[in-house]
Write a protein that binds this ligand. Structure first.
Ligand code: SF4
Ligand code: SF4
Length: 255
């Protein structure tokens, strides 16, 4: 059985649904290499990519996890994005009214505006492009894992096959070809929206304006200025994420 098939089956066995993945390339492109074998450190100047995730539409099917694994050929058991399921016991103070609820939270690199992972890299292998996308230059990375430790979101890992730091790239190689990231393309509920927030007419900008009072980010107190935004997060669940209290705050609000 070839590696791609094995990887797909492994992701399915790990709990993901079988979803047809149309039009996917298997290019491993982290980071994009342009001329002289040097990675593209500028990206798409003038743009600022961000993702908006509508939690009301996420059904936890893990199609995004599978799509990402196939597109980016991550090692079996290592993921650039996944959907975490939280089970929460709610009660009203009296033990007679306990209610168990579950909710889904898609997780990935937040492509932060103030990324601690970039600052700690001793060889400038981790860098941020003008369009906001945080990348890793595999040729430079010495696998010290400082960035893995520095990320407050557990968004990085040392790739067991390349032995370098790895994480979500917003599928920059697809964006540059006018395609959507694999996770956005495969999301059955249409919960993931990506786009340029510097463009007021982009779909993401319009949705963010429409839902401006319901936009939250992960761990605003870390002051990393994440650029993965969530809408539809019920307040009663916020204190249960990773066992930390109140890790969400409206966009722009000081932590
Ligand atoms: Fe870096 Fe983590 Fe922010 Fe991604 S989420 S840019 S890996 S600090
Ligand atoms: Fe930089 Fe690689 Fe070390 Fe991360 S693991 S800090 S990218 S050299």
């Amino acid at each position: 059985m070839d590696t791609t098939k094995r990887r797909f089956l492994n992701a399915v066995v790990a709990g993901a649904a079988i979803i047809p993945v149309a039009g996917m390339s298997t290019a491993m492109a982290n980071p994009i290499v342009r001329n002289n074998n040097q990675p593209d450190r500028k990206g798409q100047t003038g743009k600022r990519y961000a993702m908006l995730i509508d939690l009301r539409k996420c059904i936890g099917c893990q199609a995004c996890t599978v799509g990402c694994s196939i597109e980016n050929q991550t090692p079996i058991g290592q993921f650039r994005t996944t959907v975490k399921q939280y089970e929460v016991t709610l009660d009203d103070g009296s033990t007679q009214h306990q209610e168990v609820k579950s909710f889904m939270l898609p997780r990935l690199c937040n492509h932060c505006d103030n990324p601690p992972c970039v600052k700690v890299c001793p060889v400038q292998a981790t860098f941020q492009r003008d369009d906001g996308i945080v990348m890793v230059d595999n040729k430079r990375c010495v696998a010290c894992a400082y960035c893995v430790q520095a990320c407050p979101y557990d968004a990085r890992f040392i790739n067991e096959e390349t032995l370098t730091a790895d994480k979500c790239t917003f599928c920059a190689h697809r964006l540059e070809d006018g395609l959507l990231p694999a996770c956005v393309e495969t999301c059955t509920g249409g919960a993931r929206i990506i786009g340029d927030i510097n463009d007021p007419n982009s779909h993401i900008s319009q949705l963010m304006a429409e839902h401006q009072h319901d936009i939250k980010v992960l761990k605003p107190e870390a002051k990393t200025i994440p650029h993965v935004f969530y809408i539809g997060m019920a307040e009663r669940f916020t204190s249960h994420i990773d066992g930390q209290a109140a890790i969400y705050a409206p966009q722009g609000e000081k932590a």
